[in-house]
Design a protein around this ligand. Structure first.
Ligand SMILES: [Cu+2]
Length: 289
């Protein structure tokens, strides 16, 4: 897990706020509060990485084949899939592979609440790369997705987002955030520049997050903020979850009830990698549909 010194985290937050869409996506609990909050007036007391004064953690959106479950074309996942942070810390979502988002399980979205009571609904825009990964005239999904570690770079789809279908929120969210990550070379084929999105977790508790396009493929994650490992919702028994319609649906149920994502285990481990999930490592043989 990468950590950033406080100064750099402040810069990131400011940058994201400048992008505009982030503000509207954040609702009440904004990164701005983190930025304006604890950092000033604390001279002389250098914050340590774990004291919750705005430490920035990175979570990547990844795609990797072959799939660890036959009911998905490839694995779509957040890395890490479980993360323990402190109140006031920020997660910087880096869209290393494109076309994902970050959404809270919240009644406002028609789902049963899986974030602490009092937390407003929040969602990132659908984010990805500049240039876009999928041509606007493409109909079928890519035959081969992933090869996770940046291999998409030579897929040759430089799509030239010229007359794009919808600017919408997506356009706003991109831009700024990503530029720091990728060298904008001159000349040759343009390399994808991942977008980034930040969210500050102010309230202690267990947060379940999903990617709307890939929830059915299991793309979900859990953040434990502070030392509250008691979740008011089911975390370990798929059969005790509410109606799938209220979420989590399909393979996200498997992800979020995996023993590796038990809140107490996340707190103990600090970070839980996708590969640590039983459903992924195959220990439990859950891969037959
Ligand atoms: Cu996704």
């Amino acid at each position: 897990m990468e950590r950033y010194p406080l100064d750099s985290s402040r810069r990131d937050v400011m940058k994201a706020l400048g992008a505009g869409a982030v503000v509207s996506g954040l609702g009440g609990t904004t990164a701005a509060q983190t930025d304006s909050g604890q950092t000033d007036g604390e001279q002389g007391d250098t914050p340590s990485p774990s004291d919750g004064t705005g430490t920035v953690y990175e979570v990547e959106t990844l795609i990797r084949g072959p799939p660890t479950n036959q009911n998905r074309p490839v694995d779509f996942f957040y890395q890490p899939t479980g993360l323990h942070i402190q109140p006031g810390d920020v997660i910087k979502f880096v869209f290393t592979t494109p076309d994902h988002n970050v959404v809270s399980y919240h009644p406002a979205f028609g789902m049963r609440r899986r974030v602490p009571t009092g937390v407003h609904a929040f969602s990132s825009p659908l984010l990805g790369w500049q240039p876009r990964s999928i041509g606007d005239d493409q109909i079928e999904p890519p035959a081969e997705m992933g090869g996770a570690d940046g291999e998409q770079q030579d897929s040759g789809q430089q799509g030239e987002g010229g007359n794009s279908q919808q600017g919408g929120g997506q356009g706003d969210g991109q831009g700024d955030g990503g530029q720091q990550n990728g060298g904008r070379g001159g000349g040759g084929p343009r390399e994808p520049v991942p977008s980034t999105w930040l969210y500050a977790f102010e309230m202690s508790g267990v947060y379940d997050l999903l990617c709307s396009p890939h929830e059915t493929y299991g793309m979900a994650m859990r953040v434990v903020v502070g030392d509250t490992t008691e979740a008011p919702f089911e975390t370990s028994d798929p059969s005790a979850l509410p109606e799938p319609r209220a979420g989590p649906v399909e393979l996200a149920r498997e992800t979020l009830t995996d023993p590796a994502l038990e809140p107490s285990n996340i707190v103990e481990q600090g970070t839980v990698a996708w590969e640590s999930l039983e459903a992924v490592s195959g220990q439990s043989g859950q891969t037959q549909g």
